[in-house]
Ligand binder design. Sequence first.
Ligand code: ATP
Length: 596
Amino acid sequence: MAGARRPTLGFPGTPIADCTENPQKGGRSGEHLVEGALVTECDHLDSGRRSRYRSPITGCIQQSTAIIMSNLHNFLVEHAMFSSPQPNEDSSTDITDISLVEVPLLEREWKAKHAVRDNTLVQKLCSTLENVLGDTLLSADAENQLLSRFSPRIQLGAFGREDSNWIRNPSERHSQTLLSIGVLDTLGDCLWLYGRHNLAKTEKVADRGSSRIDYGLEVDGEDGSLLENGIELSWAPGQTLAPKMLTKAALTLGLRRMEWLFITCHNYWIVCRLVRDNHHPFLAYSPMINIDDSSVPFRALFGAMLSVVKNVPVEPTEFNPNMELDTLKEQDEGPSPEDYIDDRSPHSGSLIANDPPNTRNCHHTGQRKAESRLMITSSSQNSPESSQIWIHLHPFSNNILALPLCANNGNRRLWLTRFVGSGSTGNAWQCCFDGSVDFLVVKIVEVLRRADADKRQRLHDEFNIYLTLEQAYQSRQSRNRVAPQCYGAFEGNGVAVLILDLCDGVLNEWEELNDSERSQVFKLARDLHCIGIIHGDLEPRNIARTREGGFCLIDFSESRRHTCKGSKRCVELQILRKQLWKRQPSVAPMDGHIRP
Ligand SMILES: Nc1ncnc2c1ncn2[C@@H]1O[C@H](COP(=O)(O)OP(=O)(O)OP(=O)(O)O)[C@@H](O)[C@H]1O
């Protein structure tokens, strides 16, 4: 087994863990069999070999003339290695992307306050794997299948042809293939072979410039562990990589309430474990390990999965308070151009009197009228002021809408009190202003990576629609509101928000509406078209029940200007009519005959 190389990337001063393999024990023994799951492989074995195996059907030990088995654990020690590209450091360092909306939530969730380096964390996982697998045997056929998963064959497609992407973009492509086809598919095979467990991976491959979780792993429908590929980071002034990266790992695990996170960057892996401890929750992290020529990373991952699946505790890490993890420190990029815009809003007034102490994105330009600004937080109202994290926002340059009366007590501080729902553009939160019990909704778009710029644009477009709707309502062009009332749009560093009236849930399917309700919904769409707007996404999830017992349309992120040709000739209205009355064609309303 080749020794691990010292990395050129990553934790400064962090040596690579000792990747020396255990000496192979036993190899093909053919003597013991536990966990009947392996025996399905016994149907297709080389002839001329004899062994005993447990029948999957009868559970009895049987003789076979076509079996030879090796110990699964020993096999993995020897073979579970994947050829890996050298890291391309240039494309591996960018930003962290835990948002300031998420950070305070951790106060309510699992928040690691400290990071503890555990030099034996990986070995602990490998030992757990060894204990769990015990004498589990592997048939020769399964062995051949698994061997084909390992290095160097994962870059080969059908009939041994080399994947062209592998040649064109070695660094990115190798890493991705290594993970998805190599490591994760093999992990799925091993879990199946071991106990017929089904591994599902939720793939969320990161765009360049982001560092979201790439794969969430689930076993038999239960969250197991997470694995992140190609973490991308930036260095805040005066901050070294290690605390920054560990803080992100701690936040990621805390938010998802998970125990294990495997951070990979090409051939380098770091294992993180969130230790829930009532006194001091902390993050244990391993030294960097190298997947080249070592089966240790794969076995650690398999060990983590099985420890969760089988509920087998992994040897604990001792707490020490050496490295304190605080919330992320943002780079201060100085005031943005918009900060110098005096919007001369008619609603401008006195300055915000009491900025909370722990605030971010706060540019003291002195140019903006404070009343037009807004602060939001997901911190709990019961948390001490010193630990609250506020995001400062300023209005969109075209925001002429007034905040509701409940915001008029001088403090424009909005507390996010409950998560309501999410969509492809953003998340909706129930919220209230300081000292108010009137609930509203804030739709939040987080712009953390380049790919999110499109979402911000969609929120801007949606706000323009809300402005048009408000004008139509104020000018009595529209007698009723077709959408929740909008109280303005604001943005700050990495966040853009719309403030809306709170509705009472959305439809799941058209079938839940009675006939009169179908007519109400159809009329809403027709009114919208009369104002000159096409919704663009008239699905049940975008029809909300108002708190007064009626309906309204939400989510105008796909909406556009529209000259309606009347409901008989307008495609959107025709489709809606078909959907609403598909079971009752005879009662579909004719143009101009909407029933009350
Ligand atoms: N005013 C509101 N009152 C109550 N809940 C709301 C409100 N606005 C949005 N929601 C909830 O938030 C969810 C997401 O909102 P919305 O549909 O506007 O987001 P989106 O990202 O544009 O969604 P989509 O993926 O459908 O485009 C909705 O499905 C709904 O559950």
